[in-house]
Design a protein around this ligand. Structure first.
Ligand code: NAI
Length: 267
């Protein structure tokens, strides 16, 4: 018997990085997985690679019609919904005095409003089914750790942590658990530019008690625990999966904008 036998799970941002690793692990553990991503070609390709227990849905988490339709298609194809991993996200920023409104809003829209829309439509489905469920959101170590130049991203991730708590409070009476995962620096396309910078990996690794960067599967394993029935009394929490970096201080000179690691995000 595998951890997710018989369960149906929706994963957003499923075409790449942490979302893809999680969709793969969930399918390996017996789940049927609805993979939602705005990159239509990539999500089709990756869902096909995972096999018949995966379906691809293209759409944008900031568009309420897309999110509602994704939950509907998942239920149409697999008959129900048991859990979700609301993980789609983008990074990007600028110093506060140069931060463009449109770029600030885009990060908030994808990273925070997108999670809200998913929680709204998924919880509606779970409440209608009447059998509880598990909703998991991707926050970040930036939910509580500030990084220069990342005003929108850090604020959005702090928002995800609080949205997780409010949702857990509201949905507990329906047997629905809601938790968040806060990844540390993980090797995915999102962090490629930072990792290309000479000395960056080394500085991160030195600041991390476990002495390495994260792999997407490190995060996926926590999502598996939270999605499965092995965590029946766990709700409203933010779990850091970060090699221990949040117990350490980031180097005071750490300034990704000055180092050319981030740029404004418009879409
Ligand atoms: P990634 O860039 O490899 O994957 C993100 C996926 O989300 C992509 O497939 C992209 O097409 C999709 N996506 C982006 N905007 C979307 C939208 N509006 N609608 C639907 N899909 C959309 O990034 P990664 O690293 O796997 O990130 C996943 C999550 O983990 C994000 O929420 C990110 O903020 C968070 N995170 C990542 C960390 C890291 O070090 N990689 C650290 C902390 C948090």
């Amino acid at each position: 018997m595998s951890a997710l036998d018989g369960k149906v799970v929706m994963v957003t941002g499923a075409a790449s990085g942490i979302g893809l690793a999680t969709a793969q692990l969930f399918a390996d553990e017996g789940a049927r997985v609805a993979m939602f991503d705005r990159n239509a070609d990539l999500v089709n390709e990756t869902a096909q690679q995972i096999g018949p227990n995966a379906m691809a849905i293209s759409g944008d988490v900031t568009n309420e019609d897309d999110v509602a339709a994704a939950v509907e298609s998942c239920v149409e194809r697999f008959g129900r919904l048991d859990a979700s991993f609301n993980n789609a996200g983008i990074a990007g920023g600028a110093p506060l005095h140069e931060q463009e409104l449109v770029a600030f809003q885009r990060v908030i829209d994808v990273c925070l409003t997108g999670v809200f829309l998913c929680l709204k439509h998924q919880s509606k489905q779970l409440i209608a089914q009447g059998e509880g469920g598990s909703l998991i959101n991707t926050a970040s170590i930036n939910a509580t750790q500030a990084t220069k130049g990342l005003s929108a991203y850090c604020s959005a991730k702090a928002g995800v942590a609080m949205l997780t708590k409010v949702s857990a409070l509201e949905l507990g009476e329906y047997g629905i658990r809601v938790n968040a995962i806060g990844p540390g620096h993980t090797k995915t396309p999102l962090t490629e530019r930072a990792r290309d910078l000479p000395g960056f990996d080394e500085a991160m690794i030195n600041a991390t008690p476990l002495g390495r960067l994260g792999e997407p599967d490190d995060i996926a394993q926590m999502a598996l625990f939270l999605a499965s029935d092995t965590s029946p009394w766990v709700s409203g929490q933010l779990f850091y999966v970060d090699g221990g970096i949040t117990v350490n201080e980031l180097p005071p000179g750490f300034d990704p904008f000055a180092q050319g690691l981030i740029r404004q995000q418009r879409g």
